[in-house]
Design a protein around this ligand. Structure first.
Ligand code: GLA
Length: 725
C-alpha cells in the first residue's frame, strides 16, 4: 500500500514537472534573434534587436505565448488560433485546413568563423507535416538569412496556400515603411509611410519581369522614419526572381509583423508527398545606426557571399543600343568597336537586333527566339564580330533574351507548346512577345543552348546581357497540365536550373541582368549575374534618384550605369559624373560628341580605372539626399580609410539656397587627406578652394568642405587620398 502511494506520488510529481523551455539564440555581432518554446511546445519569438552582452537577460523577457491569437509564434499556421496573418496555410488530404506546428529539435553549426547556420524542425502532431526553419548568420556583416523547408507524408499531394520565408515581430512606438516602387524608366522611387492598424502589402504578380512596379526590398524605420545615420532600421530583401510578397501587419496591440515570401496569389502550390518545398531566402539587417550602416552591411555581405564574382573586377563597355537601335551592319559595328578602344573601355557590347533569318529582328515585332545570326546583315556571323573586336583591341559582349519568343518566329512555329499561353483565349502581348514555359525541361534546354551555342562557337565572348522584357501573361503551361497553380514557381525554378547550368559550365562568364531596365534586381538572380541594369532611363537627373534607391541594397559594382544621350540639356560631364557612381559604361555615339567632350570621356575612363577599386569595394556614405534638397552627394571609402571618391551634384539649386559645407563621413579622423578635383573638362581648372589641399580627416568630417554651388546641373568628383600613401 505504502509502495503504491509512493509510486503514485512520484508519477504525479513527474507529470507536473514542466520541461524547461528551449531557447535558441541566433546572433550576429550586432543583432540577437532569440526564439523559445512555450508551455504548449510551440515556438515563439522572444527577442529581436540589438545584441545583449549577457544572454541571461533573456530570462526576464516574458514570452508572448498565450494562445489568445496574438502570440508571437515563429511560424503560425492559419485556421487554428492565430488572429492575424499566418506564415503558413495548408489543405490536408482530408480537407482539414488547420495545422499546429510544435518544436521537435534544432541544430546549430558554424560554417566558419563568421557564418553559422541554425536549423529548427517543427512538426504537426496530428498530420505528417514537417517544417524546417533555416537561419544563416553573417556575424561581421550583421546580416541574417532565413528560409523554410516544407515536407509532408500524406497519402496524396496537399495544397499549400501560404508559405512564408520568414516572419518577424516588432514592438515599437511607431513603424515607418519605405518602399521602392515606380514603373519602367522610373524605378525604385522611394516613399515612406507610417504603418497603422491593418496590413500594408508590397507584392507583384508579374512573374518574369517581376519588379517592374515594385522592388523586392524595403526599409522599416522603428520608432521613427528611417534616417541615414541614426536610429534603428530593418532593411530586408527577398532573394527570388519572381512573384514576391511582403506583408506588414500592425495588430490591435500595436505589434508589427513582417512576413516575407513568394506571393501565393495564383500559386496554391500542389506539393507531392516527400517533395521538399524550399522557400526563397529572406535577407535582412537590423542597423542601429540608420540605413547608411544598413546599406554598408548588405553591400559587404553581398560582395563576399552572394553577388556573382562579388570581390572581382568589372568590365567597362560601349553598348550600341542607343547609338544604333536595330539599324546596324558590320561596318557600323566595326566603327563602334574602334571607338570603344579609343575611349579606353574594356569591351564592346552588341545589343538587340543581330539574329533571325526567316523573320529578321529588324524591330521588336519579330525574330525573338531564333538565335541564329541574320546572315544578310552580318555575313561573317558572330565569329566575324568577335574577330573584329579582337583586332580593335576590345572584348566582345552580346545581348540575348532566352526566356522569350515573338509569335512571328521560327521557334514559335515549331514549338507553340513551349509557350505560356491560354489554350482557349487570344493571347495578350507585352512588347509583341510571349514568355517561354521554363517549367518544361525541354524549354530549359533551349534557354541554356542560347548561351551554350554562342559560347561553343565563340569561346571568346566575354560577356552577356540577359534581358527579359515581358511579364508573364496568359498564365497557362501546356507542360504542367493539372498543376497550373505551380507555374509561377516552377518558372523561376526552371530559370535557376538554366542559370545553374550556365554557371557550372562557364563559371567565369560575367553577365548583366536586364529586364526592360530594372525589372529584375534580386539577390537570388545576382548569384548568377555580376551586375544589373538599373533602368532604361539614363537621364542623369533621374539616375541620381534611381541609383540612390538601389544603393540602399546593392553595391556600386552590381549597378550598371551608362552615359547616353538622354537629357541633352545636361552636359556630357554631368552625365558621366553620374554614371561613374556605379559600374561605368557608355551607350552613345562618341563621334557625335564635341572634341572636348570626347577628350573628357577618355580622361574620365582613365580616372575611373584609377579609382574603381574604391568605387566597387569601398563603403558607401550617402551624404546629401536628392529627395531632401536641390543637391546630392555620395562617397565611397576603402576599407583601410586611405582612399575615397566623393561625388557632388547640384541639380536645380535655387537662388535662395543657403549653401552649407558638405561634411564627409567614413574617414579616419587621425589621418591627413589630400583633396583633388578630377574629371575636369579639357583646359578647365578646378574652382574649388579646397582643391589640391590637405585636411585632417577630423576637419573633413566635422567642418566639411564648401562643395555645393548654385550652378544648375553641375557636378564635381573629388579624389581623396591619405597623405603619405
Ligand atoms: C530592353 C533593355 C534595353 C535594350 C532593349 C533591346 O528594353 O532594357 O537596354 O537592350 O531591351 O531590345
Amino acid at each position: 500500500m505504502k509502495k503504491t502511494i509512493i509510486l503514485l506520488m512520484l508519477l504525479i510529481g513527474i507529470s507536473t514537472i514542466k520541461a524547461d523551455p528551449i531557447t535558441i539564440r541566433i546572433s550576429t555581432d550586432q543583432t540577437d534573434l532569440v526564439l523559445q518554446t512555450g508551455k504548449n511546445g510551440r515556438l515563439f519569438q522572444l527577442y529581436l534587436g540589438e545584441k545583449f552582452s549577457s544572454p541571461s537577460d533573456y530570462t526576464n523577457i516574458p514570452l508572448k505565448e498565450k494562445t489568445d491569437g496574438m502570440s508571437w509564434e515563429t511560424y503560425p499556421v492559419s485556421g487554428a488560433d492565430s488572429y492575424f496573418e499566418p506564415a503558413f496555410s495548408i489543405e490536408h488530404n482530408d480537407g482539414n485546413l488547420t495545422s499546429i506546428l510544435k518544436y521537435v529539435s534544432h541544430t546549430s553549426k558554424k560554417i566558419d568563423n563568421n557564418v553559422e547556420e541554425t536549423i529548427i524542425t517543427l512538426r504537426d502532431d496530428l498530420y505528417p507535416v514537417e517544417v524546417k526553419l533555416y537561419y544563416t548568420t553573417f556575424a561581421k556583416e550583421n546580416v541574417i538569412k532565413s528560409w523554410t523547408e516544407i515536407v509532408h507524408k500524406e497519402k496524396k499531394a496537399v495544397s499549400i496556400k501560404q508559405y512564408a520565408s520568414s516572419m518577424l515581430y516588432f514592438r515599437n512606438s511607431s513603424y515607418h515603411l519605405t518602399e521602392f516602387s515606380g514603373d519602367w524608366a522610373n524605378e525604385v522611387r522611394e516613399s515612406t509611410q507610417q504603418l497603422n492598424f491593418g496590413k500594408k502589402i508590397l507584392d507583384t504578380k508579374l512573374g518574369a519581369r517581376a519588379n517592374m512596379f515594385v522592388s523586392p526590398f524595403f526599409t522599416v524605420g522603428l520608432d521613427q522614419a528611417a534616417r541615414e545615420n541614426e536610429g534603428v532600421v530593418l532593411m530586408g530583401t527577398l532573394a527570388w526572381t519572381g512573384n514576391f510578397r511582403f506583408t506588414f501587419e500592425v495588430d490591435n496591440l500595436d505589434n508589427l509583423r513582417v512576413i516575407s515570401g513568394i506571393n501565393p496569389e495564383a500559386s496554391h502550390y500542389v506539393l507531392e508527398p516527400n517533395e521538399v518545398f524550399k522557400t526563397p531566402e529572406f535577407i535582412f539587417t537590423l542597423s542601429n545606426q540608420g540605413k547608411g550602416q544598413g546599406s554598408r552591411n548588405l553591400h559587404r555581405w553581398a560582395r563576399k557571399y552572394q553577388l556573382k564574382d562579388g570581390e572581382g573586377d568589372r568590365l567597362s563597355l560601349l553598348n550600341n543600343w542607343e547609338a544604333t537601335y536595330f539599324d546596324f551592319d558590320e561596318t557600323k559595328l566595326a566603327g563602334l568597336m574602334k571607338e570603344a578602344k579609343d575611349l579606353g573601355v574594356d569591351m564592346f557590347l552588341l545589343d538587340d537586333g543581330w539574329f533571325g533569318n526567316k523573320y529578321p529582328r529588324h524591330s521588336d515585332t519579330q525574330g525573338l527566339g531564333d538565335w541564329q545570326v541574320t546572315k544578310n546583315k552580318l555575313p561573317n556571323g558572330v565569329p566575324g564580330l568577335v574577330k573584329t573586336a579582337k583586332e580593335a583591341g576590345v572584348k566582345f559582349g552580346i545581348w540575348v533574351e532566352p526566356e522569350m519568343v515573338n509569335s512571328k518566329s521560327e521557334l514559335y512555329e515549331k514549338h507553340p507548346d513551349w509557350v505560356i499561353q491560354l489554350p482557349n483565349r487570344e493571347p495578350y502581348y507585352f512588347r509583341n512577345q510571349l514568355v517561354l514555359d521554363l517549367s518544361n525541361p525541354k524549354v530549359q534546354d533551349h534557354a541554356f543552348s542560347v548561351i551554350d551555342n554562342l559560347m561553343t562557337e565563340n569561346p571568346d565572348i566575354a560577356y552577356f546581357k540577359w534581358d527579359c522584357n515581358s511579364p508573364i501573361t496568359n498564365i497557362y503551361s501546356p507542360y504542367l497540365k493539372d498543376k497550373q497553380n505551380n507555374l509561377y514557381i516552377e518558372y523561376v525554378k526552371g530559370l535557376y536550373n538554366v542559370l545553374d547550368r550556365i554557371k557550372a559550365k562557364y563559371p567565369n562568364l560575367p553577365m548583366m541582368l536586364c529586364s526592360g531596365g530594372g525589372g529584375r534586381s534580386d539577390y537570388d538572380a545576382l548569384q548568377y549575374f555580376t551586375e544589373f541594369w538599373c533602368s532604361d532611363n539614363t537621364d542623369p537627373i533621374e539616375r541620381i534618384f534611381i541609383q540612390w534607391g538601389y544603393s540602399q541594397f546593392f553595391p556600386a559594382k552590381a549597378m550598371a550605369a551608362h552615359v547616353t544621350s538622354w537629357n541633352k540639356d545636361t552636359s556630357v560631364k554631368f552625365r558621366t559624373d553620374v554614371a561613374m557612381m556605379c559600374k561605368l559604361g557608355f551607350d552613345i555615339n562618341i563621334k557625335e560628341l564635341s572634341k572636348d567632350d570626347q577628350t573628357f570621356c577618355k580622361d574620365a575612363v582613365k580616372n575611373y580605372n584609377n579609382l574603381k577599386e574604391v568605387i566597387y569595394d569601398g563603403d558607401i556614405y550617402r551624404l546629401a539626399s536628392p529627395y531632401e534638397g536641390n543637391h546630392a552627394s555620395v562617397m565611397y571609402v576603402d576599407e583601410p580609410k586611405d582612399k575615397a571618391v566623393l561625388y557632388v551634384y547640384d541639380i536645380f539649386p535655387r537662388y535662395a539656397d543657403n549653401l552649407k559645407n558638405l561634411k564627409l563621413q567614413g574617414l579616419d579622423k587621425n589621418k591627413s587627406y589630400r583633396v583633388k578635383e578630377i574629371n575636369l573638362m579639357p583646359g578647365k581648372t578646378s574652382k574649388l578652394s579646397c582643391n589640391e589641399k590637405t585636411f585632417s580627416g577630423e576637419y573633413l568630417m566635422k567642418v566639411g568642405l564648401d562643395l555645393f554651388t548654385k550652378d544648375r546641373l553641375s557636378s564635381r568628383i573629388l579624389e581623396i587620398t591619405a597623405v603619405g600613401l
